[in-house]
Design a binder for this molecule. Structure first.
Ligand SMILES: O=C(O)[C@H](O)[C@@H](O)[C@H](O)[C@H](O)CO
Ligand SMILES: [Zn+2]
Length: 299
């Protein structure tokens, strides 16, 4: 039995930390703070954090095969050059929905960027329903809307055999699966693979491990849970010292560390005083399981 250790690696806290992505070549963790319009890169060797401020909310970031990054900023799919801090807009979605913004996004095993939208929130979880959609940016620059009627488009990942796409619309309190065609990127046959328990609250970001099990960050639940999408059973719960746990990814040497983002936004002053680590990035070691490298955008 391994012994689990949790530490916060970045002392600065995010109002809504999200989209952790491990970048092997720089030994760094990328992540964003959505409402502060910032993208961060934490170097695990030097412990230094670099940041880039963009012009509106930035909800996800991913590595680009040809160098640099891609990110979802406001309602735009963009490329990001870290050196000169420039953003280039590739495509704007939801032009008819002025209050919408992108939320979570991730690159699929074939290098397509999947990302979904949501209506702007007046408070966490409080928003006009069914305004979001799931979009896919293909490497050739075209964008397709896969479905709409989404409340809060959130966690996503793909099975190890690339035959299933896992997806979370937070306010459905469910982790869903679709059949997934790697060649075309098409998805079909939506079903639920896990329904959240009451004390797990809202499913947010998610990642897969190298045994094909899903790790889901539980917003308001202060934990990550490990799920078996085949049996629908929860296998493990790891509690964290911040109740608004937002997303997770594996990283570090051999992808044996689980990085978890969190948020302080939405906590009342009492709770904030009792959760001094809210909004930090946590590193969980000793899980005895590893993750896989993130896929890079191929366009
Ligand atoms: O972290 C995210 O994915 C959203 O941007 C947040 O707004 C929360 O998920 C939401 O508030 C939960 O209800
Ligand atoms: Zn999220």
């Amino acid at each position: 039995m391994s012994s689990i250790k949790i530490e916060s690696v970045v002392l600065d806290s995010s109002k809504c930390g999200e989209s952790p992505v491990w970048e092997e070549k720089s030994n760094s963790l990328l992540y964003v703070d959505i409402p502060s319009n910032k993208i961060f890169r934490w170097d695990s060797l030097t412990k230094q954090v670099q940041e880039i401020t963009v012009d509106s909310s930035v909800s996800s970031v991913a590595i680009r095969q040809s160098g640099g990054y891609v990110a979802t900023v406001g309602t735009r799919f963009c490329t990001l050059n870290w050196e000169d801090q420039s953003l280039t807009v590739l495509y704007t979605v939801d032009k008819d929905k002025k209050n919408n913004r992108f939320n979570d996004g991730k690159v699929d095993p074939a290098g397509r960027y999947f990302a979904g939208t949501m209506a702007g929130e007046t408070a966490p979880g409080v928003l006009e329903r069914h305004q979001g959609s799931l979009y896919v940016l293909f490497p050739n620059g075209t964008v397709e809307k896969y479905f709409d009627h989404v409340d809060i488009s959130n966690g996503l990942d793909w099975s190890l055999d690339h035959k299933i796409f896992y997806y979370i619309d937070s306010l459905s309190y469910s982790v869903d699966a679709f059949d997934y065609d790697l060649q075309t990127g098409k998805i079909a046959n939506r079903r639920s693979v896990y329904k959240m328990e009451k004390e797990e609250y809202i499913p947010d970001g998610m990642c897969i491990d190298n045994e094909g099990k899903l790790w889901v960050a539980c917003y308001n639940g202060g934990r990550v849970i490990r799920l078996d999408p085949e049996t629908g059973k929860r296998l493990q719960t790891v509690k964290l010292p911040a109740e608004k746990t937002t997303s997770c990814c594996f990283g570090g040497k051999d992808y044996s560390e689980l990085y978890v983002t969190s948020a302080w936004g939405g906590l009342d002053p009492d709770k904030l005083a009792r959760q001094p680590e809210a909004g930090r990035i946590f590193k969980i070691t000793g899980l005895g399981v590893k993750g896989i490298a993130p896929y890079a955008f191929a366009g």
